[in-house]
Design a binder for this molecule. Structure first.
Ligand code: HC1
Ligand code: SF4
Length: 567
């Protein structure tokens, strides 16, 4: 606690870990390519340097604040050094900005512009950057172009410190240093869980989302295809950020209108699939509770978590719910309806496109276990970021659109289905099903039970038929590993564990626009607001869910809505 003088102004600090945090809290946008408050301090890029009154230069990310400190952030010397750093980074960086998918969202590009870099003094003249190092396109989720890497280490720390995966690391020395997989293997063959958090944090185009945009344009423009689109809960509260829309609370009807303009034939909602999941997963939970099945039951919506469990905890596979994810339940049911529908037979081939906040969903859609008769039920997955690109490609001006409603039979969903997009949402939706009283007061009580909030580990206890159920909700795979250790050592006991691989759940997915604590808090608040304005608040009350059970699923739940992982 104390005061720092920043550019001559007294600025208080309390428990900030470093000067950079004090500067940020004081509204100074200090440049950095490698500082994230949730990761360890690496101090690699040196862009966050500040100068003290004696002319000493220090990195603000690794300097703790001290009472009475005097610092300057915009001196001539600092500008000179920052420009030098940027020129050195750019000198060894592929500079095909016009064709780079990250262009416009690249932090290196942004800083080059901010510090007015107009020429690069250390050009490695004559040396072609193109294809210098091989591009790794083996993954369904991400694409790695090491020629665009600036060695900030953000992806490496994210993958190991937050996700406990460690699929990538630094290799080689000096000017040969690279971020790569063990033995340079294709990333798809490693323990990568496809969560895309590396791509989300990468400041340049060195790791990016694998794009399925062109394939989706092809099916949209194919008259022989009936293209149905489902939109995940977390997309509606983040997409608007890219278009300067501040209040996303009622944004979904505009998003629906945009999807129609893009040419999708039928506009639906993944939250309908989430309503099915609530019913199937709570039935499975009750069955295990009452008939002595394996507990704790782990949730199964998140493909990043499933891959992590397969690679690291095969002993837990029987504890994982057999429920397909909402995305897969949705696709399974709509494709089944298309297959069995004999009134007004549609000659067009049904195609399901899912818009997800998630890169791992691209991998999930392609998994053998979800195929029925050898065919994927979800044909293409686009991330929120890819949808932004498509909207821009089509020249759609969101502000000019009138709100529209999604289509029946799969566009209606309950508030319980929409809160799936934030960590704790699956649990809250399941608890709504377990309680007897299904009115607004009861749902408000549940919302105050401890299921909400952006903490990465939450716990609740709920009474159920004379016993107390203990439930944990965890986001981030590193945190998940800690919970698993506690369960396996007997230190903790839970009946149900909700796991989401990404920090704060899908709202912080690897396919979302860049996430910060502030954007995550806003996205979460807006999802809960979406629930609150829903006329239907619990999954059983969705009349189209009842219709789907009566007319399509019947007693074929196992084939259509459940899955067994082959490993
Ligand atoms: Fe998710 Fe889910 S909440 S996994 O985060 O259970 O991606 O939004 O669509 O499937 O509904 C993602 C989000 C999403 C599924 C649902
Ligand atoms: Fe995907 Fe959500 Fe899991 Fe992240 S938490 S990997 S966005 S399903």
């Amino acid at each position: 606690q104390g005061f720092i003088e920043i550019n001559g102004e007294m600025t208080p600090f309390t428990d900030e870990k470093n000067v950079l945090e004090v500067l940020r809290n004081a509204g100074v946008n200090i440049p950095t390519l490698c500082y994230y408050s949730d990761l360890s301090v690496f101090g690699a890029c040196r862009m966050c340097i500040v100068e003290d009154e004696r002319g000493n230069i220090m990195t603000s990310c690794s300097t703790p604040p001290k009472d009475g400190m005097k610092i300057f952030t915009n001196t001539t010397k600092l500008f000179k050094y920052r420009r030098l750093i940027l020129k050195m980074l750019l000198s060894s960086h592929c500079r095909e900005c016009t064709t780079c998918p990250k262009s416009g969202d690249c932090m290196l590009q942004e800083l080059a512009k901010r510090f007015a870099i107009s020429e690069i003094s250390f050009d490695r003249s004559g040396k072609a950057f193109k294809d210098e190092l091989p591009i790794d396109a083996s993954s369904k989720a991400i694409i790695r172009n090491p020629n665009k890497c600036i060695h900030c280490g953000d992806c490496v720390r994210m993958c190991s410190e937050v996700q406990n995966v460690g699929a990538i690391d630094f290799a080689f020395r000096g000017s040969n240093v690279q971020v790569t997989t063990a033995y340079g293997d294709p990333i798809a063959t490693t323990n990568c869980v496809n969560c895309g958090q590396c791509a989300a944090i990468c400041p340049t185009g060195a790791i990016d989302i694998k794009s399925d945009i062109d394939a989706v344009w092809d099916v949209i423009n194919d008259k022989d295809k009936r293209v149905m689109v489902q939109v995940a809960p977390a997309v509606r509260v983040a997409l608007g950020e890219r278009f300067g829309i501040k209040d996303n609370e009622r944004f979904n009807p505009i998003l629906v209108a945009a999807l129609r303009k893009l040419g999708f034939d039928e506009i639906y909602d993944t939250s309908f699939g989430a309503d099915l999941t609530v019913i199937e997963e709570s039935n499975e939970f009750i069955d295990r509770l009452e008939n002595g099945g394996k507990l704790p039951l782990f949730s199964s919506c998140c493909p990043g978590w499933i891959k992590y469990a397969e690679d690291n905890h095969p002993e837990l596979l029987e504890n994982i719910s057999t429920c397909r994810s909402p995305m897969e339940m949705f696709s399974s049911v709509v494709k089944e309806e298309a297959a069995i529908s004999d009134e007004l037979p549609d000659k067009r081939t049904p195609v399901v496109v899912a818009i997800m906040p998630c890169t791992a969903k691209k991998y999930e859609a392609d998994r053998e276990e979800f195929k029925i008769n050898g065919e994927s039920r979800t044909d293409y997955v686009l991330t929120t970021q890819e949808l932004v690109t498509m909207i821009k490609q089509a020249g759609i001006v969101l502000a000019s659109l009138d709100p529209e409603a999604p289509d029946i039979n799969y566009g209606m969903y309950s508030g319980a289905g929409v809160i799936f997009g934030v960590s704790g949402g699956v649990t809250e939706a399941v608890i709504r099903r377990l309680v007897d009283k299904k009115d607004a007061a009861s749902f408000t009580n549940i919302s105050f039970s401890g299921v909400r909030g952006l903490e990465s580990v939450k716990e609740v206890e709920i009474p159920y038929k004379g016993r107390t159920l203990k439930i944990a909700m965890v986001s981030g795979l590193g945190n998940t590993e800690k919970i698993i250790k506690k369960i396996e050592s007997g230190e903790a006991h839970y009946d149900f564990v909700e796991v989401m691989a990404c920090p704060s759940g899908c709202i912080g997915g690897g396919g979302q626009p860049r996430s910060t604590r502030r954007t995550l808090a806003r996205r979460s608040k807006e999802l809960y607001a979406n629930d609150k304005i829903s006329r239907i608040r619990h999954s059983d009350a969705n009349p189209f869910v009842g219709r789907a059970y009566r007319e399509i699923i019947k007693d074929d739940n196992h084939r259509l809505l459940h899955v067994h992982y082959a490993k």
